[in-house]
Design a protein. Structure first.
Length: 326
């Protein structure tokens, strides 16, 4: 199915910072059973940026992409960074990436402030701009350093979130083409996942997460979105080869799968044990890993991001040709 005039994802690269925290270390630190962290949350290890910023992670991911495609450096028309932990409140972090990677001065660039739904939103925005302005090459970077905003004593968030960046090349030579999208927003629940500082508090603002509220939202909204996206794309749910959901936690993934009738299925993609919850980068990382293993032509892959906002976005992507080199 080709509805995007050959615009699609051509390549993905990702970067993980070198510092690792294991489930064993987390269990010793917070008094959890290590098996609970691995089996319920689903995490074996997390990556922490330390002193590195979002631009540091983003530059590393982009340089990996440029190493693969050297001619791209002088031919990027559009750069979009999706992050909620920018280096500065202003200017936009994408400008630093442009300078540090020596990209053209004619580059169009901007930031998107979205979390776990950001990759799917970003694909839609970038593809639309390519078609509207006749651009040939765009890079969507997703990057976050949640370790910088997490309370080190909050075991609910410290045992879940991981730092990472992914750089996705979207071009007119795409091997992954998007179908129709669905989006959603419930601002009534904006404060269920939020960074704020109470007037009585000392120190930096920290991430607060109402895990139960986020779980209830996900379990009630996303299964229906799966059905709706399949419907608008003229597909039966059984014709979806793989489901890549935002890697929120193993428990969340298993719950969505059960409510959607795909539990105990090899079609449910899980990489959270290796990478943790990398926010907006979780879907591109999982997508690259999946295609490295299963990248034949003719696959229907449903991707869905959901979380902070509260926000969600879902689409189906189609592989054409051999896609195991994405």
């Amino acid at each position: 199915m080709n509805i995007n005039n050959n615009v699609g994802i051509e390549a993905i690269e990702y970067h993980l910072p070198p510092e690792i925290i294991t489930a064993k270390e987390l269990s010793e630190r917070f008094g959890f059973d290590a098996e609970f962290i691995e089996n319920k949350i689903g995490v074996r290890q997390l990556y922490t940026a330390g002193d590195q910023t979002v631009s540091d992670l983003a530059v590393n991911a982009l340089e990996k992409l440029l190493d693969r495609k050297p001619d791209l450096r002088d031919n990027i028309d559009l750069l979009v960074l999706c992050t909620q932990t920018p280096d500065f409140s202003l200017p936009q972090t994408s400008t630093q990436i442009q300078a540090r990677c020596n990209l053209p001065l004619t580059l169009a660039s901007f930031d998107i402030s979205l979390g776990c739904s950001g990759f799917v939103y970003g694909i839609s925005v970038v593809e639309a701009l390519l078609r509207l302005h006749g651009y040939d090459n765009a890079v969507l970077i997703t990057a976050d350093t949640y370790s910088h905003i997490i309370d080190p004593n909050d075991r609910n968030t410290k045992c879940l979130f991981s730092d990472a960046a992914a750089a996705t090349l979207i071009s007119r030579n795409g091997v992954l083409e998007s179908g129709k999208f669905r989006f959603g927003t419930n601002g009534e629940l904006f404060d269920r996942l939020i960074v704020k500082k109470e007037p009585s508090e000392d120190g930096p603002a920290r991430l607060y997460m109402d895990g139960r509220a986020i779980f209830n939202f996900t379990a009630s909204v996303i299964p229906e979105e799966i059905d709706e996206v399949c419907s608008i794309n003229g597909l039966d749910k059984n014709s979806i080869d793989y489901f890549i959901f935002h890697q929120a936690s193993k428990f969340v993934l298993d719950t969505i799968a059960k409510k959607s009738g795909i539990e105990d299925s090899e079609r449910l993609v899980k990489y959270i044990s290796r990478f943790g919850n990398t926010v907006s980068s979780s879907i591109p990382i999982a997508l690259k890993e999946l295609l490295n293993e299963k990248g034949e032509a003719g696959l229907n892959i449903l991707i869905s991001g959901f979380g902070v906002g509260l926000s969600w976005a879902t689409t189906v992507i189609y592989t054409k040709g051999n896609s195991n080199n994405v």
